[in-house]
Design a protein around this ligand. Structure first.
Ligand code: NI
Length: 281
């Protein structure tokens, strides 16, 4: 379920990494060249992953007292065995999200859905179903706004309006935020402002760009490691098709598929407002 965070910890992190543009939902011809350039930027960023990790994991003094209480590890998770968190952005969609939920239900596993408020308004029953299956509902703003482009008040309204909509379906707001377009996680103002941890990713399937189940499956199976956060988008049937294939394969390989909160709890890692997280290693 969703845990509400109290007393946000304000931490200043300054990172000078090149911006990572993500999750463009609408690709037209004029954006292709741009996307290719962004792909190059992402390749560069990938090579610098160890550096990112060390920057992101930096904890200032005195934070232990203020961190949210550690969540209990669910009985069906063995912390000694590999764990990954599947995360789905931009939904809920219609049929595509329901297909993904069918897979989660069939294999008795869980994932995290970073929802847009406008989509929750459209498909409230899907959010309810995800929550009832034990999935975590995270916040992806009301309508996919770049948090760095908004005033403080606008940014908080984008997030709180989603919490209100999700709360109507699940009884709880969202404990985690995934910033749209991957922007804001190294922006000092956004990190101070948002009273929730920012959840990034360590495996980028680029499913939104390729719209090719084979490439999405290949990306997951070739890159996956213990502690990964895998980025997917539940608004595409091609992604649902990929999920139907790679989930049983990950399970065969011994991976436990759980929510972001559950994975961090199992790894003994806190999730704290004012921080951005790429993985649970
Ligand atoms: Ni998105």
């Amino acid at each position: 379920g969703c845990l509400m965070q109290e007393d946000p910890v304000r931490v200043e992190i300054q990172l000078d990494q090149q911006a990572e543009q993500e999750e463009r939902q609408v690709m037209d011809a004029s954006e292709e060249a741009d996307a290719s350039f962004l792909g190059t930027l992402q390749d560069v960023a990938q090579e610098m992953l160890p550096e990112w990790d060390s920057l992101l994991d930096t904890e200032g003094p005195g934070q232990q007292e203020e961190a949210a209480p550690a969540m209990a590890v669910p009985a069906d998770i063995d912390p000694e065995k590999p764990i990954v968190a599947l995360t789905f952005d931009d939904g809920p969609g219609g049929e595509s999200t329901e297909r993904i939920l069918d897979v989660l239900e069939q294999y008795q596993i869980r994932a995290t859905f970073f929802v847009q408020g406008k989509q929750v308004a459209k498909y409230p029953d899907t959010v309810k179903r995800a929550f009832e299956l034990g999935c975590q509902i995270g916040n992806h703003t009301y309508n996919h706004k770049d948090l760095t482009s908004l005033s403080d008040q606008e940014a908080l309204e984008q997030l709180e309006s989603v919490n209100d909509l999700v709360r109507e379906q699940t009884g709880a707001g969202c404990a985690l935020v995934r910033p749209p377009h991957g922007r804001g996680w190294k922006d000092e103002r956004v990190l101070k402002l948002v009273p929730y941890p920012l959840i990034m990713w360590s495996v980028d399937t680029r499913d939104w760009s390729t719209r090719d189940p084979k490439q999405t499956i290949q990306s997951v199976l070739s890159e996956v490691q213990d502690g990964d956060i895998i980025l997917l988008h539940d608004v595409y049937n091609e992604t649902a098709e990929a999920v139907e294939t790679f989930v049983p394969q990950l399970l065969e390989q011994g991976y436990q598929l759980v929510t972001v909160n559950e994975m961090f709890a199992a790894k003994g890692k806190e999730l704290t407002a004012g921080h951005a997280y790429r993985n649970a290693r």
